[in-house]
Write a protein that binds this ligand. Structure first.
Ligand code: PLP
Length: 396
């Protein structure tokens, strides 16, 4: 018998994909310049040039059989060593290659972590709105319960709501900073208060509540803002990292899971993550990408194009009268729908071929998300349409 829940997921593209697909059809009909697609979070800047050169060099110089062979399940020891050396240098830590498991991107890391934690229908993973919509599918498909607390008024850590929501069944809390879709970066101070809450709740309930940090946007922080290293604030943390956004290689599927050795039951947890990756067929992240990471670990993305887009979009929409969440990082602008209904506003925008994502899937139904990882010119040309939409939504 075919799984009904899996069938439904497969048969129904995500609302983001649906809008994107609509945009592709409209672009064929009207010409690409008449469609303003702000849907996907796919990087628009080329990969760092050293990464591109390395990719090409490896393909040219290494025997293809050796280059494309299986690696050990956790990833090449040399690659894991290079990654932990870089982390140890940046964050004054003492990790070893045995603390890190290379994965097929943050999505695979998250799935392995959720599968490794005992999630039955009683146990819960908590998020804070706004959150990445796929978390729900990742958790529920592993047998767990996904729940979230509403966004705090300022989109910071909603401590009060979390205090209420964490109960004996809570196995983990997931955070994503810099955030998709809100762009917020949690400060060290607010993370410390979150850590104190999790410590207290773990003591009260007699089991660790892991803080799962989903970090595909770690390197995309503006204005020199610090993205604090979570395990230095809370010992029971698990890091799910990815190079999809920072190296502009989302299709190449490379990231890692890090279990800091000071976390409770770290060794067992690491082995359970390895076991989970094995059952899901995620053994051995793409071999060529592993070698690229190994050689290019110090490379960082060129933030200038995103920075220009951020300033243009945030500045222009705020000036028009939109209520926008100020983005500290990532490449999304989260905007309050001027008519108070993100889905209705997204539909209104769609009629003008401006494609923006309703906030309901992120846990904020009165918002829309505008991805600004797009050519600058697309934003510029869409600004008059955003002005018209505001007038239309406000009945002016
Ligand atoms: N988490 C968040 C918050 C994301 O925005 C994304 C991708 O957009 C992912 C995880 C998945 O990233 P990856 O490509 O590394 O699987």
């Amino acid at each position: 018998m075919i799984s009904k829940s899996m069938y439904e997921l497969g048969a129904q593209p995500s609302p983001i994909r649906k809008l994107f697909n609509y945009g592709q059809i409209q672009a064929k009909k009207l010409g690409p310049d008449h469609v303003f697609d702000f849907t996907l979070g796919s990087p628009s800047v080329p990969m760092p040039s050293k990464v591109a050169q390395c990719w090409e060099k490896l393909n040219r110089e290494i025997d293809p059989v050796a280059l494309h062979t299986y690696t050990v399940s956790a990833g090449r020891p040399e690659a894991r060593q290079a990654i932990v050396d870089d982390l140890n240098e940046r964050y004054h830590t003492h990790y070893g290659p045995g603390d890190l498991y290379l994965s097929c991107g943050a999505a695979a890391s998250l799935c392995a972590v959720f599968k490794a934690l005992t999630l039955d229908h009683q146990s819960k993973i908590l998020a804070m709105a706004p959150f990445f919509p796929e978390y729900r599918n990742f958790v529920e498909s592993k047998g767990g319960k996904f729940d979230y607390v509403p966004a705090a008024a300022d989109f910071r850590v909603n401590l009060e709501a979390l205090k209420e929501a964490i109960d004996a069944s809570t196995q983990g809390v997931i955070i994503n900073s810099p955030n998709n879709p809100g762009g917020k970066i949690y400060t060290r101070e607010e993370l410390k208060t979150l850590a104190s809450l999790l410590e207290e709740k773990s003591r009260n309930f007699g089991h660790p509540i892991y803080l799962i940090s989903d970090e595909p946007y770690r390197e995309l922080a503006y204005d020199g803002l610090e993205v604090p290293w979570i395990p230095s604030i809370y010992k029971n943390s698990i890091i799910c990292y990815s190079w999809s956004k920072s190296f502009s290689i989302p299709g190449e599927r490379i990231g890692y899971t890090l279990v800091p050795p000071e976390a409770e039951d770290a060794k067992e947890l690491y082995l359970a993550i390895s076991g989970a990756a094995r059952t899901m067929g995620y053994v051995c992240a793409p071999a060529l990408a592993q070698r690229v990471i190994e050689s290019c670990i110090k490379e960082r993305p060129d933030l200038q194009p995103y920075e220009e887009n951020r300033q243009l979009l945030y500045g222009s929409l705020s000036e028009m009268g939109y209520n926008c969440v100020h983005p500290d990082g990532a490449f999304y602008l989260f905007v309050k729908a001027p008519n108070g209904d993100g889905s209705a506003f997204s539909e209104m925008a769609m009629e003008k071929n401006v494609l923006i994502v309703p906030g309901v899937g992120f846990g904020c139904p009165d918002y829309v998300r505008i991805s600004y990882c797009v050519p600058n010119d697309r934003i510029r040309r869409a600004l008059p349409l955003f002005r018209d939409l505001l007038a239309q939504a406000c009945g002016r």
